[in-house]
Design a binder for this molecule. Sequence first.
Ligand SMILES: Nc1ncnc2c1ncn2[C@@H]1O[C@H](COP(=O)(O)OP(=O)(O)O)[C@@H](O)[C@H]1O
Ligand SMILES: [Mg+2]
Length: 256
Amino acid sequence: MLITPRQDKLNKIVILNPKGGCGKSTLVTNLAACYANRGTIPAVMDYDPQGSTIAWLDRRSAELPAIHGIAAYKKSMQATRSWQLRVPNDTDTLLIDSPASIDHDDLRELTRDSTSILVPVLPSSMDIHAASRCIADLLLVAKVDRSDRKLAVVANRTRKHTKSFGKLMRFLDSLGIPIIAVLRDTQNFVRSAEQGIGVCEMPPSKVRPDIEQLENIVTWLDAWPDRKRDSTSTTAFNKRPGVARSLLNRIQLGSA
Ligand SMILES: Nc1ncnc2c1ncn2[C@@H]1O[C@H](COP(=O)(O)OP(=O)(O)O)[C@@H](O)[C@H]1O
Ligand SMILES: [Mg+2]
């Protein structure tokens, strides 16, 4: 069973979608680079046995702004689990990269005390189907209350004006979950993975549209205390359980 740190006042951001290749590690590493360049030291916690986020951090030059890395997928015999997973005191932002397969208990543990949950989604039918199941589990199993407004989607590797993009947008719209950014399909993210840097650390002229979208995400993430305070103005899914149930039915029927 998976364990996550319990620390007060920690901005715990979870990037989640059991579908491999949808962009979880890309988002975690690029957001971490954005936070690091603001002058605070963020931490990334990698629960995925593939260890892509920790491998990215290993490739990162020591001259770039620091990011703490916690390899949660590794089980150390020398240290207690809570020692291994401790978040350094100088860190107030934790970005969690999650594994491809995740059971219900782990989903509840991973999202417990989270301030924000981001679901990256690729615009293919299979990916949209997997994302809808993931969102249904977040609402019905992990009991994420939509009135907390901590759940958002990032559309990844999209080409606007394509049929699948339109389908993705209609689907998310029908759920009433915000799409806070649309990341284009670009080699900039591939290079960022290879070089241990964030796109925000690349020459601005080459990455302007990508930085714009990442900034949209950071702005949304930064607003978590306000979202929490101001949660009464939304129509809650959990106050309308029928919506979540009908989503699940649609998934089971294979029409989502
Ligand atoms: N917007 C994008 N444009 C181009 N390549 C991308 C983009 N997002 C992710 N990738 C690439 O797709 C692959 C899978 O992304 P990754 O973040 O590792 O997915 P996950 O962590 O969900 O398995 C990686 O090689 C990554 O560099
Ligand atoms: Mg990954």
